[in-house]
Design a protein around this ligand. Structure first.
Ligand code: ADP
Length: 258
């Protein structure tokens, strides 16, 4: 599409969305999707009307995370998003077969995202959380330029290498002048369910330190915990599955800061 066109098209589509919050990471596997899902649920728990757009075109995880499958119905030319725990969910994973490899070029990815944003009946929302594709390449930069976002949350593990990548993600959003809402340190520490001992598997505190250095807010630490992994893989993210639990509390606190 011509430069600028998608952005214009998107303006009308997002007119009824108060805040668009992008969740990004420097690389894959750091827990970006898990954080996006639980952040969305945390915002919904505050009484907000929330949508989650899984824009991780290369590895959509919202279907697994929310236990949702199947093509959305279409009404008046718009796709009706699936819903879980009161959150409206849209993912490229609903539109394509699960085992089809997605070897997409940049422009196709942008177009797919534009459609998922613009051709979906989101209805009025207080917040739309966008789970971005991992990394800081051209695709991500284009998305960051096209989406009229209110701010970005960057997810990182404490490891040095992940932190370097997270720094790139922060600088990417700074380039498009999107405010960084903050950095989340995921897999921050491990509490042994047997002995209660605490292990800092990937070292600890790196993200807080980096956030301070970069002058962006630090949003909190999420432990590496089997309950978070199990609930995610079972299609019941922890904030939805156990809203009163200790893990939910961590994400609710995060949502309150965003
Ligand atoms: P990304 O979106 O960055 O690729 P995911 O959110 O898909 O990462 O997480 C990768 C894997 O790690 C998933 O199996 C997920 O359940 C697990 N995971 C993410 N965060 C945690 C955590 N804090 N504790 C335990 N497992 C986690």
């Amino acid at each position: 599409p011509p430069q600028g066109a998608p952005r214009q098209g998107l303006a009308a589509a997002v007119a009824n969305i108060r805040f668009i919050i992008c969740v990004a990471s420097g690389k894959g596997g750091v827990g970006k999707s898990t954080t996006s899902a639980n952040l969305a649920l945390g915002l919904a728990a505050q009484g907000w009307r929330v949508g989650l757009l899984d824009a991780d075109i290369y590895g959509p995880s919202a279907p697994r995370l929310f236990g949702l499958h199947g093509k959305p119905e279409v009404a008046d030319g718009k796709m009706i998003p699936h819903e879980a725990y009161g959150v409206k969910v849209m993912s490229i994973g609903f539109l394509v077969e699960e085992d089809v490899p997605m070897v997409w070029r940049g422009p196709m990815v942008s177009q797919a995202l534009t459609q998922m944003l613009g051709d979906v009946a989101w209805g009025p929302l207080d917040a739309l959380v966008i789970d971005m594709p991992p990394g800081t390449g051209d695709v991500q930069l284009t998305l960051a330029q096209q989406v009229p976002m209110s701010g970005a949350v960057v997810v990182s593990t404490p490891q040095d290498i992940a932190l370097i990548d997270a720094r790139r993600a922060v600088s990417m959003f700074q380039r498009v002048e999107a405010p960084i809402l903050g950095i989340v340190e995921n897999m921050s520490y491990f509490l042994c369910p047997h002995c209660g001992g605490r292990s800092e598997i990937f070292a600890h505190g790196g993200a807080r330190h980096d956030a301070e250095k970069l002058g962006v807010p630090f949003l909190g630490e999420v432990p590496l915990d089997i309950a978070i992994r199990e609930t995610s893989d079972a299609g019941r993210p922890v904030v939805g599955a156990d809203p009163q639990g200790e893990h939910a509390a961590i994400y609710l606190n995060l949502a309150a800061k965003v």
